[in-house]
Design a protein around this ligand. Structure first.
Ligand code: UFG
Length: 327
């Protein structure tokens, strides 16, 4: 039995492929390489194709015994999703519908979905548990919300079993140094800070200093990408053994403000970060903090790498490596 990983050449997908292979799973990576990178492939069979072109992956299901699908392939920029919602509905929603259609044709009924804390919108309670009301308010979050609703209907009607993993803020890089974050353009906090320190960005902009938080900057729950990847292996194993659909948060239950991350990064690197203060980005919420109880209880999940120093250290090592490779 093989595991199809859609978007397996992306940031979180590639770290998960590495963990799956370590755990003895046979993996097929399906990626259109629009944002995925060949250099983030550390093993498995690779099929290049696009989820908007059903024929490009229908044949994969016909020629292999696929036992489950992990679906990472998605666009992730909240800001862009306001400016170009059509792109998001096409690449995050229609592509997911296509994948599910072909899975059902092939009678593959195990699905692990990359969802997001964005399904909650502005939280009413902190920490956020999975039963928190869902109020996504940006097109990106809506695409994740719609797929979750579709999955519930497909479970009821067709017996499709799924685990939808709601990620908080993925950060850091493979502790062995082989993988890391490579978004283009980069919009995330920690890589932007590190790329600025490495001279790859002219300025670092701090977006929003008037949030209702203790220092006015937004608070996020940063989870190390390897811990996130390990949760996928546990979720897949759970799905294959218990056949029960679930929604599960993946976060640490600990938050850091943007200013705290800046201070921690300065402390770790020994370099001062002179930042520009900018207005809030559209769609940014003041605080996102996960309850991790369900992931721990249901999956037996533990955090190994998610303390903030390890997150910064692994990300720093990765960014230094890719910057030096360029020169
Ligand atoms: N920030 C800055 N400067 C930057 C980058 C980010 O000040 O250069 C701030 C943001 O405004 C925000 C915080 O740092 O307040 C965290 O921003 P990120 O972009 O790192 O993370 P987000 O919480 O905005 O995004 C996360 C995921 C996205 C996902 C989104 C959905 O990383 O991929 O949640 O809620 F789309």
């Amino acid at each position: 039995m093989k595991i199809l990983v859609a978007g397996g050449a992306g940031y979180i997908g590639s770290h998960t492929v590495k963990e799956l292979i370590k755990d003895g799973f046979e993996v097929i990576i399906f990626d259109n390489f629009s944002t995925g990178k060949k250099e983030l492939i550390t093993g498995g069979e690779v099929v290049e194709g696009d989820l908007l072109d059903k024929e490009s992956f229908r044949k994969v299901f016909k020629s292999h015994n696929i036992g489950a699908v992990l679906h990472f392939a998605s666009l992730i920029q909240v800001g862009e999703s306001y400016v170009n919602p059509q792109k998001y509905y096409l690449h995050n929603l229609i592509s997911s519908l296509n994948l599910l259609e072909v899975m059902l044709e092939a009678e593959v009924k195990n699905f692990v979905f990359s969802s997001s804390a964005a399904v909650y919108g502005i939280p009413e309670q902190i920490p956020i548990c999975e039963s928190h009301p869902l109020n996504p308010f940006n097109p990106y979050g809506l695409t994740k919300y719609f797929v979750e609703k579709i999955l519930q209907d497909y479970d009821r009607a067709y017996g499709l079993k799924f685990i939808s993993l709601r990620y908080f803020n993925a950060a850091g890089a493979d502790p062995e140094g082989n993988l890391g974050e490579m978004h283009e353009p980069e919009t995330h906090l920690l890589p932007n800070l590190l790329l600025f320190l490495l001279g790859e960005k002219e300025n670092f902009d701090l977006f929003g200093v008037d949030f209702p938080t203790s220092d006015g900057t937004a608070v996020r729950d940063y989870i190390h990408v390897t811990d996130l990847a390990k949760a996928h292996v546990l979720a897949l194993t759970k799905l294959l053994t218990s056949s029960q659909s679930e929604f599960i948060n993946l976060g640490t239950n600990k938050g850091y403000s943007v200013l705290e991350i800046i201070k921690k990064t300065e402390g770790f690197t020994g370099r001062k970060i002179h930042y520009r203060t900018m207005p809030k980005r559209r769609g940014d919420v003041p605080v996102l903090l996960a309850s991790k109880e369900k992931a721990e209880k249901l999956l037996g999940w533990h955090l190994y790498y998610s303390n903030i120093e390890t997150i910064i250290e692994t990300a720093w090592n990765w960014h230094k490596k890719i910057v030096s490779r360029k020169s």
